[in-house]
Design a protein. Structure first.
Length: 390
């Protein structure tokens, strides 16, 4: 079963994360739904746990099936991760050869600090979110992809001996991870490299719990479809209100549960919102969601440099610092907020174009190659058509 509406929601969330990265001083930039877009990453984690459990929970029974699963998951994430590492590496090599400033214009030397040579193998081995370095300076959204991969590993290992008690195990993991973040982390979910893996595990295993509940409730779900359909609009309002007000406050720790409820409601695809989100345009954005998420930082950096360069030629200073929701941001400001919003929408169009190319020429061939490799190595083919993974 493919959860197409949930795919569509992932695409919308990915676009909002991308919009968050484009710092042009328009009305869109100031919306809390955009400024708090980091919370949509937790939706990705919850949805991933739901979809992965739906596709693999009954199939992970021995070493062969575990090996097949892990090779496929690696192949789903790593090709685009590597491809998006390359332009950042190229930029650093250009800086080394030409003496060009860093992306923030602060004149930091190339290949030092968070872009030191030692961070490269850590980045490429999916180890950039486990605490070896506090952060890395390459394609920074990859912290979540790295966290996702090691969470896949834990899920796959647990499925074999603990299948009958996976619900209890998942609940304990969610509570423990959130508790550790609360006690030893910043007390909210707006964390990335350290301890980002805990954040991912909390969301992922919340998604596993939702899927186990979905499975257990199948006999009565048919009679609940009308109720779930009617719950869609209130659910959307509740989720956006949560993101609007939670931000990086302690309330954000509820994100796995809020997004878990959203996944449960929209998995039924029973209401008017689902019918809208089933449209071709939404499905297309959902297909591109992983690429949107991974290319957004690079496109935003390139866009910003181009805009500043063009403004400089015109003798304009378009960069200024403002306060938004209690934080200082350096933003671009061209004429009016409407002009800045138009630039932001143009940037999103560029994101969609770039994402289509990486989806078509990196994601799809990479997935085909690693899926075939997994089947050759293990002789245990895994399910197809169960939904795009984040």
């Amino acid at each position: 079963m493919r959860f197409g509406v949930l795919d569509s929601w992932r695409g919308i969330a990915a676009l909002l994360v991308a919009l968050y990265r484009f710092q042009a001083d328009g009305w869109l930039f100031h919306l809390p739904l955009v400024r708090h877009a980091a919370l949509y990453v937790d939706f990705f984690f919850v949805l991933s746990g739901f979809v992965i459990a739906h596709a693999y929970f009954d199939r992970l029974k021995d070493r062969a099936s575990l090996g097949n699963f892990l090779v496929r998951r690696f192949g789903r994430l790593w090709p685009l991760h590597f491809a998006m590492f390359l332009p950042f590496l190229a930029f650093e090599l250009i800086r080394l050869a030409t003496g060009a400033p860093d992306s923030h214009g602060e004149g930091v030397a190339p290949f030092v600090g968070y872009r030191a040579p030692g961070t490269i193998p850590v980045e490429l081995a999916f180890l950039n979110s486990v605490g070896i370095y506090p952060t890395t300076g390459w394609n920074t959204p990859s912290w979540s992809i790295s966290s996702e991969f090691w969470t896949y590993v834990l899920f796959g290992i647990l499925c074999i001996p603990a299948r009958r008690v996976m619900g209890a195990v998942s609940a304990v993991l969610v509570i423990v991870c959130l508790g550790l973040i609360w006690r030893f982390g910043p007390g909210h979910l707006d964390i990335t490299f350290a301890p980002g893996t805990l954040r991912c595990m909390a969301g992922f295993f919340a998604g596993v719990l939702v899927n186990l509940g979905w499975r257990a409730g199948q006999p009565s779900l048919a009679s609940m479809r009308n109720s779930l359909g009617l719950a869609e609009i209130p659910m959307v309002i509740a989720v956006f209100a949560f993101v609007w007000f939670a931000g990086n406050q302690p309330a954000s720790l509820a994100a796995p549960f809020v997004f878990g409820a959203m996944v449960f409601v929209f998995a039924a695809e029973a209401g008017i919102v689902s019918r809208l989100m089933s449209g071709r345009a939404f499905r297309f954005v959902g297909e591109l969601s992983y690429s949107i998420y991974m290319v957004a930082l690079f496109v935003s950096l390139v866009s910003g440099r181009v805009l500043v360069a063009l403004a400089g030629r015109l003798g304009l200073n378009v960069s200024r610092e403002i306060e938004v929701l209690g934080e200082n941001w350096e933003v671009f400001s061209f004429a009016t907020p409407g002009v800045n919003d138009a630039l932001a929408l143009l940037y999103l169009a560029g994101i969609l174009i770039a994402s289509w190319f990486t989806w078509r020429f990196v994601e799809k061939p990479g997935r085909r190659y690693f899926n075939a490799l997994a089947d050759r190595l293990t002789g245990a083919p895994a399910p197809q058509g169960t939904g795009q993974l984040p």
